[in-house]
Design a protein around this ligand. Structure first.
Ligand code: URA
Length: 243
């Protein structure tokens, strides 16, 4: 996950394509028009080997040439995968980001009816680090319930014995912090499909609103992001905020 900090020489056409600006074949045209510069000079050819940091398009430096990670406030009603129906989260980002290689993906998924904190990154190692159960990175959810708590939920969730329908292993122990009889915070140490909703369904209740508020110690509230907004962050500071 540590980025190679040594700048790499790359072909200009490759840089422009991997950052989603367009196809390699478009680059000669951008050079001829004078739109692309390297260190302020017109490059000799699209295959010139250059440092991405020294390239400008229309007088602007390139967008996150060494990897892209964002903290995103996911709105309700959006989906994290193209396999699901609905408006995809990537519509909240610049269109160019969809053409980036490696591609951006969300760290885990929030379901369509869940809002809140989502990390989106093109860094596969970071993604694995944040999702692998080995690293014990908790996720905290603010949950609103249809029916009042019965009083047994905290004990059952903490026990590590709760079996969810169709699963073959019980849930890992989870912490329930009660705010009032219809609203709680739940801290999970794993990420199963619709886990919060299914845990409360197993207790005979129904989740009416769900928001992810934290990943580890990182709090969405500390970022002051409106719904649908995002902010880029470097990998190491992100890890420090989470751990
Ligand atoms: N649990 C759920 O039920 N949905 C989510 O999106 C995340 C956790």
């Amino acid at each position: 996950m540590t980025k190679n900090l040594e700048p790499q020489l790359e072909r200009l056409e490759k840089i422009m394509s991997r950052l989603g600006y367009g196809a390699r074949r478009d680059v000669p045209h951008w050079i001829r028009e004078g739109w692309l510069t390297v260190n302020g000079e017109k490059p000799k050819s699209a295959s010139a080997k250059v440092y991405a940091d020294e390239v400008e398009l229309d007088g602007k430096p390139l967008d996150h040439p060494h990897g892209l990670t964002v903290i995103y406030h996911k709105p309700l009603g959006t989906v994290c995968s193209r396999k699901e129906e609905g408006r995809i989260i990537f519509e909240d980002f610049p269109e160019r980001w969809l053409g980036r290689k490696p591609p951006l993906s969300s760290v885990g998924r929030l379901d369509k009816d869940t809002s809140g904190l989502l990390v989106v990154t093109d860094d596969g190692k970071l993604n694995h680090y944040l999702t692998s159960p080995k690293h014990h990175i908790s996720k905290t959810y603010a949950v609103t319930l249809d029916n009042p708590l019965t009083g047994h939920e905290a004990e059952v969730f903490a026990s590590g014995t709760l079996m969810l329908e169709a699963d073959d292993k019980p849930c890992l122990p989870a912490e329930l912090n009660i705010i009032n009889e219809n609203s709680v915070n739940l801290v999970l140490h794993e990420g199963r499909y619709h886990q919060v909703r299914r845990m409360f369904a197993a207790m005979g209740n129904h989740v009416t609103a769900l928001e992810r508020t934290h990943t580890g110690n990182l709090s969405l509230a500390s970022f002051n992001l409106q719904v649908g907004e995002y902010q880029s962050i470097e990998v190491e500071p992100l890890k420090q905020l989470i751990e």
